[in-house]
Design a protein around this ligand. Structure first.
Ligand code: SAM
Length: 239
């Protein structure tokens, strides 16, 4: 894994939970204080499969394009100037052997960054694995909307205190894109809002190769209804 703009190594630690057999991790970060904090966190007993290699690197001045299976840029592209954007993204893609993951805040500006990266990657003939079910013009952007998803994060007492919040959780909104080198089976459609459930039927807001559409699934469509009842915002949907 190559984590670009790693901060304290958050993406690596999260990825290592999902992929416990990561064999090599390279974390590039320009700010020494984040590197120091990351090293401290890594030695604080958090479970991980490898000791990541940290390097103080300014992505704008280039970085070794040694290929990694998984390259992640989380909440970083949006911090680069327009002039540095394409060049840094091109290098990230050149360093990608399998998958490039881009994550930004789930806000209109954050989505704008992801959508710009999407256009760039399509122009380099990358395959899109998620969330997009196609490489056509993004229908969300065309509709003046922004594609984003939500993840519930539990807050500890310290977390609540730092953020001045009272709830025991927060819903983190994010926009993301996964590009792949190989053409893999991508979703036929993506659920882009919370499904709206009613008695005996529900509505799914979908992004499809033909654009945005709302599908109604009724109780009489037995297998589809069962699946739709369990489906969540962000899931794929088989048209
Ligand atoms: C919002 S933090 C995200 C950290 C981590 N990726 C995460 O998702 O939690 C953005 C990080 O990108 C780093 N960064 C910004 N511009 C950079 C650059 N030109 N080169 C290297 N790192 C950079 C910042 O120092 C900061 O640690």
């Amino acid at each position: 894994m190559l984590d670009l703009g790693a901060g304290p190594g958050t993406s690596f630690l999260a990825a290592n939970e999902i992929f416990p057999d990561i064999q090599k991790a390279t974390l590039l970060e320009s700010d020494q204080r984040w590197l120091d904090l990351g090293r401290k966190l890594a030695s604080a007993g958090l479970r991980r499969s490898v000791d990541p290699q940290w390097s103080r690197t300014d992505l704008r001045s280039g970085f070794p394009a040694q290929p990694h299976d998984l390259v992640v840029m989380s909440y970083v592209l949006g911090e680069l100037s327009a002039a540095d954007f394409d060049n840094t993204l091109r290098q990230a893609w050149n360093s990608t052997r399998e998958f490039l993951v881009i994550i930004e805040p789930g806000t209109p500006p954050g989505f704008g960054v992801v959508n710009r990266a999407r256009s760039f990657l399509i122009s380099t003939r990358a395959h899109l694995l998620a969330p997009c079910p196609h490489c056509n013009e993004c229908p969300m952007a065309a509709a003046g909307d922004w594609c984003h998803f939500s993840q519930r994060v539990q807050r500890t007492a310290e977390h609540r205190q730092i953020k001045g919040g009272s709830l025991g959780y927060e819903d983190e909104k994010f926009s993301y894109l996964i590009a792949s080198r190989s053409a893999l089976a991508a979703a036929k459609a993506r659920i882009v809002r919370h499904p709206r459930k009613h008695t005996g039927f529900l509505h799914l807001n979908l992004c499809t190769p033909a654009g945005l559409e709302t599908r109604t699934v009724t109780k009489s469509q037995k297998p589809a209804y069962k699946l739709a009842r369990q489906a969540e915002w962000g899931d794929s949907w088989d048209l």
